[in-house]
Design a protein around this ligand. Structure first.
Ligand code: S3P
Length: 174
C-alpha cells in the first residue's frame, strides 16, 4: 500500500480530487500547504508576504522530506512543490505520482476570484499563467499518470484515477 501524490498547477483541483480519492481508498488525506501553514502558524499568503517565496520553498521542502513513507496517504502538493528536483524524487519514492493538468484558459477562469495564491496576486492573466505553465511543464510531466481536467467534473477525474490505480497495481483497494 503506497501513497498517491497529486501534483499540478494551482487550480487543477488537487485538493478536491485528493479528498475524495482518499475517502474512496480509505487513505489519509494530506494537504501539504495546510501542513506548512499549520506548522508556521500563518497563512500561505502571510508566509509569502512576510518572508518571501524562498522561505516558503524551504518550508515546503522540509514538509516534503517529513512525509512518512509508510504509504496509505493521498498527498495534495502545492503547485510549485515539484520545481525542486529533491522534492520530486522524494515524492516519487513515496508512491505513484498523478499529475492533474488544465489549460491556461481554464486556470484563468477557475482562479479569477481567488485571493489565496500569492504568486498570482498581481497578475492572473492568460499570459502570466501560460508562461508559468510552460516553465513548469517538464516538472509536471515527471508523473506516472497525467489527467486532463478541462471540462470534466471531479467525479469523472476520480473514476479515471481509480481505474488506473486498479490496473496499475492489484493491491489498490478500489
Ligand atoms: C504555489 C501553489 C500553491 C501554494 C503557493 C505556491 C505555486 O498551492 O503552494 O501559493 O508555486 O504554484 P496550490 O497549487 O494548492 O494552489
Amino acid at each position: 500500500m503506497r501513497s498517491v501524490i497529486l501534483t499540478g498547477f494551482m487550480g487543477t483541483g488537487k485538493s478536491s480530487v485528493g479528498k475524495l480519492l482518499a475517502a474512496r481508498l480509505g487513505y489519509r488525506f494530506v494537504d501539504l500547504d495546510e501542513v506548512i501553514s499549520a506548522r508556521a502558524g500563518a497563512t500561505i499568503n502571510d508566509i509569502f508576504a512576510t518572508h518571501g517565496e524562498d522561505h516558503f520553498r524551504a518550508l515546503e521542502a522540509e514538509e516534503v522530506r517529513l512525509l512518512p513513507d509508510g504509504g496509505g496517504m493521498v498527498v495534495s502538493t502545492g503547485g510549485g512543490a515539484v520545481i525542486d528536483p529533491r522534492n520530486r524524487s522524494h515524492l516519487r519514492s513515496l508512491g505513484v505520482v498523478v499529475n492533474l493538468t488544465a489549460s491556461a484558459g481554464e486556470i484563468v477562469r477557475r482562479l479569477r476570484t481567488e485571493q489565496d495564491r500569492p504568486l498570482l496576486r498581481d497578475d492572473k492573466s492568460l499570459e502570466k499563467i501560460g508562461a508559468m505553465l510552460a516553465v513548469r511543464e517538464p516538472f509536471y510531466a515527471d508523473a506516472d499518470l497525467r489527467i486532463e481536467t478541462d471540462g470534466r467534473d471531479v467525479e469523472e477525474i476520480l473514476e479515471e484515477i481509480l481505474l488506473w490505480l486498479k490496473k496499475w497495481e492489484g493491491q489498490w483497494k478500489v
